[in-house]
Design a protein around this ligand. Structure first.
Ligand code: ARG
Length: 588
């Protein structure tokens, strides 16, 4: 289904040609003076150079060609040569009716051949999710849902950190505390217990303790490094412990991500890429891409055009150990082999931008991936507290994501104190509103920018907030329920009529931007554009709702048309929030 701008452009192209001008000048944009018109074409101004004519004369000639077209309510030439466009009600209503009946509301949601892997979440086993993990989960989930909606085959991968020093630290600390555990007995031949010797709460206590302790005690640190090396070399008892850590952690991560409405298709881990390393390293050596530098194996990745220093990519340390980037490179090999994607998108803190630049360059240079595969880094900014510094707990610690959710939920429950609801309705509403407050507050900012997490503002039921959007949807839902309870039925396919007032026109104009918005948000990996659309539509709808009698309208045709428009706005809004990873309660 064509976009309104495209439809307008094709009419203007024909008019430019009929008037004797090149159709390339018939470019239409949304008006930057909505008080004067809805769309505009500035082509006559641009064409003046080529035709040596006054732009206003040309604009008038073009407009003259369009007299009598049903598309326009008004199309006029304005000094010095603008063409101002206001579309007709018939045209707009017709567009709405088509949107209502098309899958995707006019978005191209046909199945695409392209496969996209999205690497997001950034979680590590044995560590609780904290506020630093929020953005990757939220933004990644939205990009994944948008791509999937548009018909791409999408694989969301959690790519868990499970293979480095943190595991060695936990093993070491466990050995200090419980030296008699069978996992530490090198002569043990039997099966290891199925039950882990710890629960998640233990791990979350052990890891920070061991990490801190190792920073103060050199020999402990060496022990942990040794344990890490032994694990990676395949020591059986350590592998068994590591497997327990993964099982316990993944179960807990799934639970917390579930609360955030974040679902991964794959729970791959850094360790899964390890088997691909030897061949990859060999290939880098054989291809002459890697060389030894002070004992380490490195690949140079700097390029002539660089304005900043890009250090070489280290593949193996001088002791033969692999690094974070060795794993990321091997993961590219693995993904190519398993999924043959056309694109891999990484949603990671922007402080890792240089790192990913090195990894991508190295992957291309060493030919582990072809030029035809896109490697995209979406670096997000920091979530700050009101003081402008990274968000912390009151005593300066890192806030767990679960605690953040609980705090925000409490705030929401307070705000709803006067609502008449059953306890279960209240629970459902509070959970969904809290999530909307957090995720919408995050997603409505451009990903790359830092933002201030302001609980007060984010939980407000007014303004550009998640709760306000949900409120609008709930309002539409309850309007529909009211109709149903009064036995008012509007048959499917009942048309939306041309608008008879401005607020209704505005709802339609907002709705008409849906396909453009979703497609751009995907192309630019910019969920904030979906937020902008949803907010604009919600605002337009609420004005329409205030200014017009919908359910009680005396004119049956008008009433049905208003109801149909309301229904369409509701459907589009619900689809919109689904792309953000949100859903609306029944009541709020
Ligand atoms: N687990 C990593 C961290 O805590 C983030 C992983 C990002 N993804 C990747 N493929 N490197 O920093």
């Amino acid at each position: 289904m064509k976009k309104i701008i495209e439809l307008l452009e094709s009419e203007l192209k024909a008019a430019f040609e009929k008037a004797g001008y090149d159709k390339k000048y018939a470019k239409v944009t949304v008006s930057n003076r909505p008080d004067l018109c809805q769309y505009q074409c500035n082509g006559a101004l641009a064409a003046a150079k080529e035709y040596h004519k006054a732009p206003i004369q040309m604009a008038n000639e073009v407009v003259g060609q369009l007299a009598g077209s049903d598309t326009f309510q008004e199309i006029t030439a304005q000094m010095p040569g603008f063409i101002n466009i206001t579309v007709s009600g018939i045209f707009l209503a017709d567009y709405m009716n088509k949107m209502a009946e098309k899958e995707g509301f006019g978005c191209d949601v046909s199945t695409k051949q392209e496969t996209i892997v999205i690497d997001y979440g950034g979680a590590n086993v044995a560590k609780a999710l904290h506020v630093g993990h929020l953005r990757s989960a939220t933004i990644g989930e939205s990009i994944k849902r948008t791509a999937r909606y548009l018909g791409y085959k999408v694989i969301g991968d959690a790519h868990l950190g499970d293979w480095g020093l943190p595991i060695g630290l936990i093993i070491t600390e466990l050995r200090h505390r419980q030296p008699n555990l069978v996992y530490f007995d090198e002569n043990y031949e039997g099966e290891y217990p199925e039950e882990a010797p710890f629960v998640i709460a233990d791990l979350e206590e052990i890891y920070p303790y061991a990490s801190k302790y190792s920073k103060e005690h050199e020999d402990y640190k060496l022990e942990a490094q040794e344990a890490t090396a032994e694990l990676q070399a395949g020591r059986k008892g350590y592998l068994a412990l590591w497997q327990h850590i993964i099982n316990v952690s993944v179960a807990d991560l799934k639970r917390v991500y579930g609360k955030l409405n974040v679902e991964f298709d794959l729970w791959k881990k850094e360790s899964d890429a390890q088997p691909y390393i030897p061949d990859m390293v060999q290939g880098m050596k054989d291809g002459g891409y890697a060389h030894i530098d002070e004992g380490a194996l490195v690949v140079d990745v700097k390029e002539e055009a660089d304005t900043k220093e890009i250090p070489p990519c280290m593949i193996l340390k001088s002791n033969g150990a692999t690094l974070y980037n060795t794993t990321d490179l091997a993961t590219i090999v693995e993904r190519r082999k398993l999924f043959n994607p056309q694109k891999i998108i990484y949603v990671v803190d922007k402080r890792q931008a240089l790192y990913f630049e090195q990894v991508f360059r190295c992957a291309r240079k060493t030919k582990i991936i072809g030029e035809d595969v896109g490697l995209v880094f979406i670096g997000f900014g920091t979530m700050n507290g009101k003081d402008g510094k990274p968000f912390k707990t009151r005593d300066g610690g890192v806030l767990r994501l679960e605690s953040l959710l609980a705090d925000v939920k409490k705030e929401v429950v307070n705000k709803m104190a006067d609502r008449e609801m059953t306890p279960s309705e209240r629970e459902e509403a509070a959970d969904k509103i809290a999530l909307a407050a957090i995720k919408y507050g995050d997603l409505s900012n451009q990903a790359a920018k830092d933002y201030i997490f302001d609980v007060e503002r984010f939980t407000s039921f007014e303004g550009n907030t998640g709760p306000y959007i949900l409120y609008t949807i709930v309002r539409i839902k309850s309007l529909m329920n009211k109709l149903a309870s009064q036995g008012i039925e509007v048959e499917e396919g009942t048309p939306i009529l041309p608008p008879d007032n401005k607020s209704q026109t505005d709802v339609m104009l907002s709705l008409s931007k849906w396909s453009e918005t979703v497609e751009t948000a995907f192309a630019e990996q910019a969920p904030h554009k979906i937020c902008q659309f949803i907010y604009e539509l919600s605002d337009a709808f609420n004005k329409f709702y205030h200014d017009n009698k919908i359910v009680t309208n005396e004119d049956e045709k008008v009433r049905e048309s208003y109801i149909q428009l309301t229904r369409l706005a509701g459907r589009v809004l619900e689809q919109g929030i689904d792309l953000l990873g949100l859903s609306a309660p029944e009541k709020m």
